[in-house]
Ligand binder design. Structure first.
Ligand code: ADP
Length: 380
């Protein structure tokens, strides 16, 4: 299998012509990044945002040209408009957190990504992978829907999209007008995931700018409206890509998921600091895998020293939103595409997610009282 090099990819892209400038995408300076790994190629095209969806054929032509190269297993081309619309400094929190009709495009905030018709965008984040962030995002979104909140769920965890599996989605999103994708409806949620578009098994190489541009497309080019809350399952960790997302998206707030172990809490602190850095209010911390409930006898064991996240939340001055036990049913239901809030709606676990959803919703709709809007809610 021939090795696919960056310069070979560039060479092939020299044959892809932009009909507007009559120059190749390389000659017109559009190529801002090429990443290759083991036959998987990702290309970023820096474009003029005013050309909008008319650039889709060019993006596809780039993908097709690269895919046809010997040794290429997958090719992804993404459009970005980073240079043309640089991210502005974070705007003050009071402009972002409000309970009226909120995220209008073109609203004050310049380059911040807002979604017309969506009142609140919230991020579900974790300091590291494997703590149950996606499980929490799905069940929290379903919990919001269960309490009557019009909710969408965007799987922005593009390194490891899990919504196709967790929501048993096998169909591809459709587009009525060729411009915007229709979200896939599941269990009363409007959902979108990069995993609906590309194969879940295809490993993808993403670099920071690509992550934010892919997310930007999933926010802007999907018919989300009208929604009260759009829950965004963030990529795990607190690297540059995550920071850029936190900064670029007009978030009403963030929920941090942590396990009780000390090490995970250290990571949770990093997550918290990341959002604080960009003036996004932290709505609170969820302690996942808080204690173990034996599926046979129901006995509760606090194997990770339960309660760490609650103490940490108190110490850091952020709300503690609730605890979710480590329970086999939570894993099996989400792995089989029927998350526990819909599979066992009357179970105590489903109730725990609904309680968390209620606390999040209460904060989002609470009257604005200052730059860090989230009022302190004490829950025991
Ligand atoms: P992350 O998004 O943080 O990487 P996931 O949500 O994908 O984590 O969870 C990792 C694994 O742990 C999955 O198999 C999931 O089903 C399981 N899991 C998550 N939370 C729980 C829980 N509270 N009880 C049992 N299993 C859980």
């Amino acid at each position: 299998m021939p090795e696919v090099t960056e310069s070979a990819v560039r060479g092939v892209l020299e044959t892809v012509m932009d009909p507007v400038t009559a120059k190749s995408v390389v000659a017109s300076g559009m190529i801002s990044g090429i990443a290759t790994r083991g036959g998987h190629v990702a290309v970023t095209l820096e474009v003029d945002p005013s050309r909008g969806p008319s650039l889709e054929p060019l993006r596809l032509a780039c993908e097709q040209a690269v895919r046809a190269m010997p040794g290429v297993l997958s090719a992804t081309a993404v459009l970005t408009a980073e240079r043309a619309a640089p991210a502005p400094p974070p705007m003050p929190a009071e402009r972002r957190v409000r309970s009226g009709p909120v995220h209008r495009s073109g609203a004050p905030g310049g380059g911040r990504i807002e979604v017309p018709g969506v009142k609140h965008i919230i991020a579900i984040a974790s300091g590291k992978g494997g703590v149950g962030k996606s499980t929490t995002a799905v069940n929290l979104a379903l919990g919001l829907a269960a309490i009557g909140v019009a909710t969408g769920l965007l799987d922005a965890d593009i390194y490891g999209p899990s919504m196709p599996r967790m929501l048993a989605v096998t169909e591809k999103p459709e587009s009525a007008d060729g411009k915007q994708l229709k979200p896939i409806e599941r269990y009363g949620l409007r959902t979108m995931s990069i995993g609906y578009i590309v194969n879940e098994e295809t490993p993808m190489i993403w670099r920071g700018p690509m992550v934010s541009s892919a997310l930007e497309q999933m926010l802007r080019d999907v018919q989300w409206a009208e929604l009260d809350v759009l829950v965004v399952d963030m990529p795990p960790g607190t690297g540059d890509a995550q920071l850029t997302l936190a900064q670029r998206v007009a978030l009403s707030g963030a929920v941090i998921v942590s396990t009780p172990q000390d090490i995970a809490l250290v990571d949770a602190r990093k997550g918290l600091n990341m959002f604080r850095k960009v003036a996004v209010p932290v709505l609170g911390i969820v302690e996942n895998m808080s204690y173990f409930v034996c599926p046979k006898c129901g006995e509760r064991s606090e194997i990770f020293g339960h309660g760490g996240a609650h103490e940490e939340a108190d110490r850091l001055g952020v709300p503690f939103l609730g605890e979710i036990p480590l329970h086999l049913d939570i894993r099996t239901t989400s792995d089989s595409g029927h998350p526990i809030v819909v599979a066992q709606p009357d179970s105590p676990h489903a109730q725990a997610y609904k309680n968390i959803a209620g606390r999040v919703w209460k904060q989002l709709t609470a009257k604005q009282r200052g730059p860090r809007a989230a009022p302190r809610i004490v829950m025991r």
